[in-house]
Design a protein around this ligand. Structure first.
Ligand code: PLP
Length: 380
């Protein structure tokens, strides 16, 4: 049974906490996986957005990274990263900002439209690499993999300040998979479609330097990535309930939790209320067989995280309230003012709401977040 813990007594409101040993293991595990599979590792930094955690990746041998905004690219460029991919269909409104970035940085942009390519050629005052975004089945963005004529024309249009880095795809539909077998099938199909596209290019004398794939479910479960050169997972640094539920990670790899103070106890309903609502977690939910779940309890000691507690569950969120269903044994032992820790459904979204992480031994690990990065534009 999880008892309210006594670590971090200075925490007074919803606060993100990471288990540094688990973060380290998750980073090493994925770096080793990439090495064993013979692919380059370009991790997505949008999950942690922390220079300190970024340095742990560097220690694991990583020298090229993925981010999802120009602002995030600037943040990591300022910490010495010299090979950065902004993996979002390029926002032409940010062209000037890209022109202002250090020309020494190998910057790669993502494009999936002829108009973007032409506007970049006209407006760029520096050179950039371009990944062409390929839709290999997710249906979110990118040119469909089975349109080789159009893709070839777009590749041939990459000249002047633009060079062709390669093809990039993101099989985000892996998150809708029923289980790990289906995730592996999606990896296999993604690799096959990208390989056939590369063959179509070879037949037209177009060399594809890099084929880049990657999400956490596929990269964690698969051992081989045939005809792929690079993987870009990001969420694995913390994992979360979504990954655990999909069978992607074991509970002992969950490395991120939100500590929330108890503000109400309702034994007659079998529930507690914590300060920890949608503004603190985001509103991502899992539909479990016995009802919705917005977060699950996890133990915590100064040494790190303890056991996941599936019977302590956030079952409803409003703006600031989190309603927790908990067993009688917990309801009888807790007091108002005690704190509980919860693993969120989607760690990327929850972490992005905060300016720093705490560690169970009392430390603080700074990070940036999208709200502050967007706010900076108003302060300029
Ligand atoms: N690459 C791209 C283009 C993405 O959009 C994402 C995540 O959304 C990733 C890589 C990383 O995937 P994951 O969050 O599953 O690790």
């Amino acid at each position: 049974m999880m008892v309210p813990f006594h670590v971090l007594p200075d925490i007074t409101g919803p606060t993100p906490v990471i288990d540094v040993d688990r973060v380290q293991d998750n980073i090493r595990g994925m770096a080793d996986k990439a090495r064993a599979a013979g692919v380059a590792f370009r991790p997505h930094f949008k999950t942690h957005q922390s220079r300190d955690i970024g340095r742990q990746f560097r220690e694991a041998g990583v020298d090229a990274i993925t981010v999802s905004s120009v602002a995030m690219a600037e943040t990591f460029a300022a910490d010495g990263w010299r090979d950065i991919l902004i993996a979002f269909p390029f926002n032409l409104r940010e062209l000037d900002r890209v022109n202002r970035m250090d020309p020494e940085i190998r910057l790669h942009l993502l494009v999936d439209h002829e108009h973007t390519i032409e506007a970049l050629k006209t407006g760029l005052t520096r050179s950039v690499g371009c990944y062409l975004k390929i839709d290999s089945g997710y249906g979110r963005s990118g040119v469909r993999w089975d349109r080789p004529e159009r893709i070839a024309r777009m590749v041939l249009a990459l000249n002047g300040p633009l060079s062709f880095t390669g093809f990039l795809t993101h099989a985000g539909h892996a998150y809708q998979a029923a289980d790990s077998v289906e995730i592996l099938r999606i990896v296999e199909k993604t690799c096959r479609r990208m390989s056939s596209l590369r063959a179509c290019m070879t037949a037209r004398d177009i060399r594809v330097p890099v084929v880049s794939i990657g999400n956490t479910p596929g990269c964690t479960l698969a051992r081989r990535f045939p005809d792929v050169d690079e993987i870009r997972p990001g969420n694995f640094v913390f994992f979360d309930l979504m990954q655990w539920r999909l069978g992607v990670c074991e509970a002992k790899r969950l490395a991120f939790a939100l500590v929330c103070p108890i503000c109400g106890i309702y034994p007659e309903r079998g529930e507690l209320v914590v300060m920890g609502g949608a503004v603190h977690f985001s509103k991502e939910k899992l539909d479990l067989p016995d009802g919705p779940c917005y977060g699950m309890g996890i133990g915590m000691t100064t040494g790190g995280f303890g056991e996941l507690q599936p019977d302590i569950r956030l079952v409803a969120l409003s703006q600031e309230h989190g309603v927790v269903r908990a067993p009688e044994s917990l309801l009888e032992t807790v007091s108002i003012g005690d704190r509980l820790a919860f693993v969120p459904v989607h760690s990327c979204l929850t972490a992005d709401l905060y300016p720093a992480y705490r560690t169970p031994d009392g430390g603080t690990v700074p990070r940036v977040n999208s709200v502050d990065l967007r706010g900076a534009a108003f302060r300029e």
